[in-house]
Design a protein around this ligand. Structure first.
Ligand code: ADP
Ligand code: MG
Length: 253
């Protein structure tokens, strides 16, 4: 399977074309091209230093590419700053959970709702019953309904990760970027996270970077292998795991 294989979806939501990012002459991304469909979930794998996090930094506007195109719907993302890109409907989950530890799970979701509003609107904000229902539905979705009144700081590592995903969902992103969500999770939490992301991908696009191959298998989606800042292979997990170049990169030559 070549990197240029035709995408299997009809409509492209996110497109990276020949993106290069250099740090002091070192190319963290090297002519990276990638295409994610509307409603598609894509898994990104690759050895340490392959450029996975830098790719997310480019999509979210944290890093500006030296060259290349980053297109979301028909918007050129390189023209927008981080806050504007978040407002366009791209949510990002970083590796470490960043929840408000001294607030309850419920309050964290409520704060995420308010984060959409201007400071002035927040002052006079009153939750509608529809918004209440959304918080309840999100708590159910992230397996935290029984823990709604628990302080986030008292949740397990896995539960904190779910809560942060829930906070992102409150903003209703069209594209969710998730960097190594199951690192440090128990097997049971990992399994539940795969189910959660599959559920989310029914209504949004998801790009998930992950090392855990069992988890990637549970996602059951198309996989892109990054290596030295470019796409090395793309296809089903089985096809990339049997790809000779991928095997060489993972085992070292
Ligand atoms: P991955 O997430 O796949 O492990 P990264 O995208 O974090 O890889 O990093 C890709 C390469 O770019 C690595 O060699 C890393 O050291 C380098 N890199 C990433 N960010 C910076 C930066 N801000 N300054 C210099 N080098 C960086
Ligand atoms: Mg990384």
């Amino acid at each position: 399977m070549s990197a240029g294989a035709k995408p299997q979806h009809a409509e492209t939501l996110l497109y990276l074309g020949d993106v290069t990012v250099s740090f002091d002459g070192f190319k963290a991304l090297n002519n990276l091209s990638l295409d994610v469909g509307a409603g598609e979930m894509r898994a990104i794998i690759g050895p340490n230093g392959a450029g996975k996090t830098t790719m997310m930094d480019v999509i979210t506007g944290k890093t500006k590419p030296d060259t290349g195109r980053v297109v979301f719907r028909n918007l050129d993302l390189t023209r927008y700053d981080e806050a504007a890109i978040a407002n366009l409907g791209i949510g990002r989950k970083f590796q470490k959970p960043t929840v408000f530890e001294s607030h309850t799970a419920w309050d964290n979701l409520e704060l995420a709702l308010k984060a959409n509003r201007s400071p002035l609107a927040t002052l006079t904000w009153k939750m509608t019953s529809e918004e209440r229902d959304r918080i309840i539905a999100t708590l159910e979705r992230i397996n935290l309904k029984p823990a709604f009144a628990t302080l986030a700081g008292s949740l397990s590592h896995g539960q904190k990760q779910w809560l942060e995903i829930g906070m992102l969902l409150m903003q209703e992103p069209d594209l969710l970027l998730v960097d190594e969500p199951v690192a440090g999770m128990t097997d049971a939490e990992t399994e539940k996270t795969a189910m959660l992301l599959r559920d989310i991908a029914q209504t949004r696009s998801v790009v998930v970077v992950e090392h855990d191959m069992e988890f990637v298998r549970a996602l059951g989606v198309r996989v892109t292998v990054l290596h030295e800042g470019s796409v090395l292979a793309e296809g089903s997990l089985d096809s990339v795991q049997n790809n000779q170049r991928v095997i060489e990169v993972y085992l070292g030559r």
